[in-house]
Design a protein around this ligand. Structure first.
Ligand code: SAM
Length: 226
């Protein structure tokens, strides 16, 4: 991929200041961030902001998350390179591309067809071949492809969806935001046989997870008012 030199410069600065500067220490994660051109995943009018320390609007009223949060979630998955990964909420496909650099196989599911089409086009322009993007409700996972060594959901669920836990391998990790329109926390779940351990990591602010295991429009709006 050819890109203007200014983007590589900005990417290096983003990695040094926003990620290394905030205790993102996993070298494979940092290398993946250096390899993926974030400017390709944002709206064309936002390209100059692609490396800013903030989330940005993308199509279908959704967002591409702040780079640091993407890095933190990715680091928490502790990927070694061979894993089969499920991502719920493809959005722009930026995190999908990072996961493709870090794992063996990535399955990513997105509710909005418009985003699915855009993400597929961007990911294939980068020659990433270990990724499959699906249109649909990922709140109950992707049973046909389960089990997964790692699952990452990039939208806030009202509570951890049991189907996602059930689709983890033994030792598998699930990272997701849980909460409502006012308050959310990033959770890390790990499966040990029939048991699941979890920890709260940091407060976050994500768009709602929709679908069967997610928020209804009314439920999300009500949580804003209470
Ligand atoms: N990580 C993405 C990126 O790098 O661009 C950003 C993801 S965005 C914060 C969350 C995405 O989850 C949105 O695109 C939204 O449409 C999607 N989403 C919400 N509920 C979903 C569901 N039940 N199944 C699949 N995708 C869902």
């Amino acid at each position: 991929m050819k890109e203007a030199p200014k983007y590589l410069k900005r990417r290096k600065r983003m990695v040094a200041e926003q990620l290394e500067g905030r205790r993102i220490v996993n070298q494979r994660v940092l290398d993946a961030f250096l390899a993926v051109p974030r400017q390709l995943f944002v709206n064309s009018e936002d390209q100059s902001k692609a490396y800013h320390d903030q989330p940005l609007r993308i199509a279908a009223g959704q967002t591409i998350s702040q780079p640091y949060i993407v890095a933190l979630m990715t680091q928490l998955l502790n990927l070694q390179g061979e894993e089969k990964v499920l991502e719920v909420g493809t959005g722009s496909g930026y995190q999908t591309a990072l996961l493709a650099h870090l794992a063996g196989e990535v399955h990513s599911i997105e509710l909005h067809l418009e985003l699915v089409k855009q993400a597929k086009a961007t990911l294939s322009s980068l020659g990433l071949e270990n990724v499959r993007v699906y249109e649909g409700d990922g709140s109950h996972g992707l049973p046909d492809e389960a089990p997964f060594d790692a699952i990452l959901a990039a939208a806030a669920a009202p509570r951890v969806p049991q189907p996602l836990l059930d689709q983890l391998t033994n030792g598998g990790r699930l990272i997701l935001p849980v909460g409502d329109a006012q308050q959310q926390v990033l959770q890390r779940w790990v499966r040990y046989g029939d048991k699941f351990n979890f920890e709260d990591v940091v407060p976050v602010a994500f768009v709602p997870l929709r679908g069967e295991q997610g928020w209804s429009k009314e439920g999300w709006e009500d949580s804003r008012d209470t």
